[in-house]
Unconditional design. Structure first.
Lengths: 196, 371
């Protein structure tokens, strides 16, 4: 990975210059990561900004930790994107004996119908595959396997970044990757057989 | 060897392979290891598998290569559509917001300040755009000007707090009668109106203070002066976090009622009841505030809530303690957590659990963004 890594040991808070360097290096990658999952450019910018604000705020407060900043940013962005549907409570009468406000339903005011970012990215990867049966098999995978393959092959995350994003050990990651590839290969074979 | 010790060793061993030509095991850096998952309680299951199964089989390796090529192709397509690249104006504004400096000598051309051409974005260093020789002239002129008038002028007045949007989803900013889509970093000045679409959200920073608007909310900036900040809440719900150093006083007007404080956190919801009547519900989260209106004056202490019905001849007010319903209100809890992340006092939410493990929200807190 071409992105430079921050110091591995916890340090004092970096100054604006070093934070600026981190920002310049990681902004294009994080923005692209979000843009592959969200089509609305305003939401992409909002998620990107929230990601950097959260991570940089923590760095300012606690200093740089053991984790690489790139991995940290991906995990944060991924967490924000995982809030696919968010209900904003609407103001209403708040009498003492009233119940807590009900979450808004789809289509009602207060409902944010954020797209399923992982599914969007999976479709992007599937569309770029040469073999149709492989595309169909990819889209038929479980969400977990789909997400892993997208992070690895579409986003090009390195092992450390993947481990941080998926919050698993390196060993578990290798196991899951092999299993996902095997499932995909079997699925593609089935698709090809069915088509024949 | 004790089981606990073996478990640790096994965990360390998993994912370790030997490089060709060396005797020493080195940490694996690639993708060709195939250990068992570490989630199992069985220690033996965590031990590394034989080398023969530690690499991808040829069919999976070929599949992996095929996916990698497709991924590169998809990234290239996205880049060609300019979807993946951040807008230069956005990158510049966010950088200035996060770091307090623009970081580049000149701002990007495209849409730098689409809504306010005459006002630079927050943190923009205006004189970055001036060539060095002009700096010298400007400095000399400034010295001469101050020398000429310095003894006769009063002390410089404190600057008015700057306001800008740090979180924007579905937000319209109206300036001088012209409405446009707000962007992160968009400055907000007197008489501007910020309106949030249903389902959207916005975070507006005024100096060290912060206003978070729920979907459907609309506010207007009445004044931003060193001695007073005044906001008109036209509709919807907003969380106000007023920091002490913002201005002499911070006032929010809704209908015929004003809420004033020097430092506090409170929530104000304005709801139409029909027939020209409205209900204003205010919850004092932290600190106290004063309210004024026609035949109406008093104070709201921390932990109290007020419900004012306006539109009749005289406002009707009911004041009581916050309820468990308030304390469980997701909007209030969410905002309290965002304030907690910024190290701000939580008042009635002091017992709120730490927010470190919760999923982050779309907008987050400006507290982390503002240096």
């Amino acid at each position: 990975m071409d992105a430079p890594r921050p110091p591995r040991n916890r340090t004092t808070s970096p100054g604006p210059r070093s934070l600026g360097e981190l920002y310049d290096v990681h902004l294009p990658r994080v923005h692209a990561f979000v843009a592959r999952r969200i089509w609305d450019p305003h939401v992409v910018e909002a998620v990107t900004a929230a990601t950097f604000a959260r991570v940089f705020g923590t760095i300012r407060r606690d200093g740089l930790g053991e984790e690489a900043v790139g991995a940290w940013l991906y995990r944060t962005a991924s967490g924000i994107l995982s809030v696919r549907r968010r209900s904003v409570p609407q103001p209403g009468p708040m009498a003492h004996d009233s119940e807590p406000p009900e979450p808004a339903e789809p289509g009602e005011p207060g409902w944010i119908d954020a797209p399923d970012g992982d599914a969007t990215a999976a479709r992007l990867l599937a569309a770029a595959l040469d073999r149709n049966e492989l595309s169909r098999a990819l889209l038929a995978l479980s969400r977990a396997d789909q997400r892993l393959l997208v992070l690895r092959f579409l986003d090009g995350l390195e092992p450390d970044e993947l481990c941080a994003t998926l919050e698993c050990s390196r060993a578990t990651l290798a196991y899951r990757l092999r299993r996902a590839l095997r499932t995909l290969a079997d699925g593609a074979l089935r698709e090809a057989t069915d088509a024949a | 060897m004790r089981p606990e010790r073996r478990a640790v060793d096994a965990h360390r061993l998993v994912g370790v392979r030997r490089r060709p030509g060396t005797r020493r095991a080195m940490p694996a850096r690639g993708w060709d290891v195939d250990p068992a998952p570490t989630g199992s309680d069985d220690v033996e299951a965590r031990l590394p598998r034989p080398r023969a199964t530690a690499v991808l089989s040829p069919d999976l390796a070929a599949l992996s290569a095929e996916l990698a090529i497709a991924g590169a192709r998809a990234r290239a397509r996205a880049a060609a559509d300019r979807r993946a690249a951040p807008d230069p104006a956005f990158a510049w504004s966010l950088r200035a917001l996060l770091l307090g400096t623009s970081g580049s000598a000149t701002p990007p051309d495209a849409g730098l300040v689409p809504l306010r051409p005459s006002v630079p974005p927050p943190g923009a260093r205006l004189f970055d755009r001036v060539a060095a020789p002009r700096w010298t002239a400007l400095t000399a002129a400034s010295i001469l000007a101050f020398a000429a008038i310095g003894m006769t002028t009063p002390p410089v007045a404190p600057a008015a707090p700057q306001a800008h949007l740090v979180g924007v989803v579905g937000v319209t900013l109206t300036h001088a009668g012209h409405a446009g889509a707000a962007r992160i970093g968009s400055p907000v000045v007197r008489d501007d109106r910020v309106s949030v679409a249903a389902g959207g959200a916005a975070t507006l920073v005024i100096g060290p203070s912060e206003i978070r608007l729920a979907g459907g909310a609309s506010i207007e900036i009445e004044r931003i002066d060193p001695d007073e900040v005044a906001i008109i809440q036209r509709a919807g719900r907003a969380w106000y976090r007023v920091a002490p150093a913002t201005a002499g006083s911070f006032t929010v007007r809704a209908a015929t009622v004003s809420w004033t404080t020097g430092a506090a956190a409170f929530d104000l919801a304005r709801v139409a009841l029909g027939g020209g009547r409205e209900r204003l519900t205010t919850v004092a989260i932290e600190g106290s505030l004063r309210f004024d209106g026609p035949d109406l004056a008093g104070s709201l202490a921390e932990g109290r809530r007020a419900s004012v019905t306006v539109g009749d001849e005289l406002p009707d007010i009911a004041i009581g303690d916050v309820t468990r319903v308030d304390l469980a209100d997701p909007w209030l809890v969410e905002n309290a957590r965002l304030d907690a992340e910024g190290g701000r006092p939580l008042g009635i939410f002091s017992g709120l659990p730490a927010a470190t493990n919760r999923p982050p929200t779309i907008l987050g807190s400006a507290a982390a963004a503002v240096p």
